[in-house]
Write a protein that binds this ligand. Structure first.
Ligand code: GRF
Length: 198
């Protein structure tokens, strides 16, 4: 049987569209909320499900036990779901939930088999607002990074990068879109390579 690929989405799904365009044979699309990514999967005839995320960290909280427990439960549900579908490789494509580390460990989890793309040249500008942070810092070149996802956010082994110039007058939205043009080329190419290496 061919190894199966799942794509995880939360948003507009333009990376998912790019992966579909490259004939990468996606077996499943999983979302943490209703989003355009799910509509794209449906239109393309790809099996898809929303495992709705219902927990959020309280802004003022330091350690929040209820949040940690809910996140672990959600991660296990996601993990079991992918296992039942016999997924071999997972590509996060604008997926906005930080899963519990259980997802990334060996044996039970998908250690080394979860890919992510991040709109900065890692290790610069990790976190939630990499494009905004790059603009605020005043860098002249930024870009995107495809890497192995690990429990530590935006930190796994780098598989590929593309540079993008920051232009005078760039807004966060304009610059992010220019970065996404590169991500739509780089990510499918790297997923294909990782798939071939399975
Ligand atoms: C990409 O820039 C990705 O790196 C980031 O979210 C964006 C996803 O875009 N994590 P889309 O939802 O696929 O259009």
């Amino acid at each position: 049987m061919r190894p199966k690929l799942a794509v995880l989405v939360s948003g507009t799904g333009s990376l998912l569209e790019a992966i579909i365009r490259q004939d990468l044979n996606i077996s499943f699309v999983l979302a943490d909320r209703e989003c355009r990514g799910i509509d794209i999967a449906k239109q393309a005839g790809i099996p898809c499900t929303v495992l709705r995320r219902t927990f959020w960290k309280r802004k003022d909280a330091g350690f929040d036990a209820a949040f940690s427990n809910a996140r672990l439960a959600y991660t296990l549900e996601t993990l079991h779901f992918l296992r039942r579908q016999q997924i071999a490789l997972v590509a996060m494509a604008g997926y906005m939930t930080i899963l519990d580390q259980t997802m990334f460990v060996a044996l039970d989890g998908y250690a080394g088999r979860i890919l992510n793309t991040h709109p900065s040249l890692l290790p610069a500008f990790k976190g939630k607002h990499p494009v905004r942070d790059a603009l605020a810092y005043g860098v002249k070149i930024t870009g995107c990074t495809v890497h192995i996802a690990t429990p530590e956010l935006d930190s796994g082994r780098i598989l590929g990068q593309a540079a993008v110039p920051v232009l005078d007058g760039d807004t966060e939205a304009v610059l992010h879109e220019r970065i996404k043009v590169e991500e739509r080329k780089l990510y499918p190419q790297i997923i294909r390579e990782q798939f071939a290496a399975l």
